[in-house]
Design a protein around this ligand. Structure first.
Ligand SMILES: Cc1cc2nc3c(=O)[nH]c(=O)nc-3n(C[C@H](O)[C@H](O)[C@H](O)COP(=O)(O)OP(=O)(O)OC[C@H]3O[C@@H](n4cnc5c(N)ncnc54)[C@H](O)[C@@H]3O)c2cc1C
Length: 176
């Protein structure tokens, strides 16, 4: 529920009332078991490591929750780190960590921002334009075939360790 200003502690019933006003749907207050406020962020650190300090998860990158990739991208960072930290010379593999994880985060950030942009058009005229776009453009078979996995972020590059070229995980093949 988008609001004009950030409301850290929404009064009981506010979400139900705004949902009713904007969509006509009834969301009973008693069904709301959890509520939290957030402000979307967008950043991707230039360097994910410096000396013995390594960034991962939200410390390294921030993105809109649309698409649900924040935690998943952090898990993939951790998976990559677990692999290289177990090797004899992890420092030699940190440039690969930086390169692949930064690229994956960058793709997720871009797509989340795209979804956020489209999802937060406000007001009746813009909402109608969005509905028409969804129905008559984005929902067309040839577009929706690709859009589904794009939106669900199923094809983020290097989103798991298995999709990283395995040679990059060996020190002697690294390019900085
Ligand atoms: C509304 C919303 C919905 C989301 N939905 C999804 C989703 O569907 N899928 C998904 O993948 N992601 C989702 N995310 C993103 C996800 O929640 C975050 O990306 C993820 O929780 C980040 O995990 P993290 O461990 O990197 O950082 P955090 O969860 O921020 O953890 C950092 C921890 O470090 C602690 N800490 C901070 N400073 C210090 C200190 N100095 N000393 C000791 N401890 C410290 C903090 O207290 C915190 O516990 C969503 C986010 C929001 C806001």
């Amino acid at each position: 529920m988008q609001t004009d200003t950030r409301i850290d502690h929404p009064p009981a019933g506010l979400v139900s009332e705004l949902t009713r006003q904007r969509t006509g749907l009834t969301v009973p207050v008693e069904d709301q078991v959890n509520e939290s406020a957030f402000t979307p962020r967008r950043f991707n650190c230039e360097r994910y490591y410096d000396g013995r300090i390594i960034l991962c998860g939200d410390a390294a990158h921030g993105m809109s929750p649309i698409g649900g990739q924040g935690m998943n991208t952090g898990f993939a960072d951790a998976e990559f780190l677990a692999e290289i930290l177990a090797q004899p010379d992890p420092a030699a593999l940190l440039p690969a960590y930086n390169r692949f994880r930064r690229k994956a985060a960058s793709a997720a950030i871009f797509r989340a921002e795209w979804g956020m942009w489209l999802g937060t058009w406000r007001g009746r005229p813009l909402s109608m334009v969005r509905d028409l776009m969804l129905r008559f453009v984005l929902n067309q078979h040839f577009i929706s075939r690709y859009l589904g996995s794009f939106y669900a972020m199923l094809n983020i590059p290097f989103n798991t360790l298995a999709s990283v070229p395995q040679a990059s995980l060996k020190p002697h093949t690294l390019q900085s």
